[in-house]
Design a protein around this ligand. Sequence first.
Ligand SMILES: NC(=O)c1ccc[n+]([C@@H]2O[C@H](COP(=O)([O-])OP(=O)(O)OC[C@H]3O[C@@H](n4cnc5c(N)ncnc54)[C@H](OP(=O)(O)O)[C@@H]3O)[C@@H](O)[C@H]2O)c1
Length: 323
Amino acid sequence: MYSIVATQPGDISVLQKQEIELSEILPNQVLIKNQSIGVNFIDIYFRKGLYPWPQENNLVLGSEGAGTIEAVGTDVVNFRIGDRVAYAQPNNAYSTHRILDANFVVRIPDAISFDQAAAAMLKGLTVRYLLRDSFEVKPHHTVLFHAAAGGVGLIAGQWMRVIGAKAIGTAGNDDKCNLAKNHGYEETINYSNENFLDRVQEMTNQLGVDVVYDSVGKDTMFNSFKALKRHGTVVSFGQSSGAYTDLQMTDLAFGSFHLTRPTLFHFYANRNWLENASADLFELISSEKIILDQITKYPLEDVAQAHTDIENRKTTGSVILEI
Ligand SMILES: NC(=O)c1ccc[n+]([C@@H]2O[C@H](COP(=O)([O-])OP(=O)(O)OC[C@H]3O[C@@H](n4cnc5c(N)ncnc54)[C@H](OP(=O)(O)O)[C@@H]3O)[C@@H](O)[C@H]2O)c1
């Protein structure tokens, strides 16, 4: 039994393997033997100290995983030893085992593998709230989605295809643009060598889009607002290029714009939402409306390499760690 521990905020050298001993589980908790662990950009924000640590040092990163229940607390009635489950909860996932409140865990259908669950639980539920709860995307909407070939981006493209909306995706090179096109985006823009604002205006006959989903932040946010229709919405849900800090409240007055900055865990904390959203996600995966064909795997012990590749924009789709 071991974890990969970040000994302090910093670069990948802070990631160290450490043997662990399991503590006793509380009555409301379950013990999960992880089979597959998702890697997310949030892990990098935590590793670097961009997001505050719950303690001063020795933080086990990782917020997504899938595995088998090995023990259940005395008050847990809805899970049994041997159940195949998945979860998305901040930190403590880079580990052979994880103890979690049973309310944060859902059972995985037999048709879905551990790798698929670990590749889609956090990212897919994020897409569910982005497209349904933060702004409800309808078939008549035109959507601009940045980083379309990433983990969240490829699931979002396919989900928008199911909804029937017109999805425009941006990505950092032509191969990524092609990938995004094969995963639901009607149009793509290589924003490394094209001005995405000009291209969006062209594609929409100068009308702009109903909503922009922006997880890139510093490099894109200014033009994301400019790409909106009047009364349009920016959903800011990440900052892979760094935080955008120049927004003035009066900027929203240029088009009576809406802005929201949501986070998955606020939705996830509502058990009713979690059960409905994960059922929707698992149904779309089981019926192959969402195909998880871009999963890059690393051994858990090589998580530092996974971080390097994600930070250097080398990955597409989901990244998982296998034990
Ligand atoms: N708020 C929430 O609830 C929530 C939940 C999940 C994820 N997120 C956010 O959603 C985004 C996507 O997450 P993910 O895990 O699926 O990651 P990802 O999209 O697989 O990777 C991030 C992508 O951002 C793009 N990017 C643009 N500028 C970058 C830069 N300077 N450095 C690194 N990457 C850059 C890259 O794509 P290109 O090369 O194509 O530009 C890169 O592949 C992240 O910002 C994450 O924080 C938010």
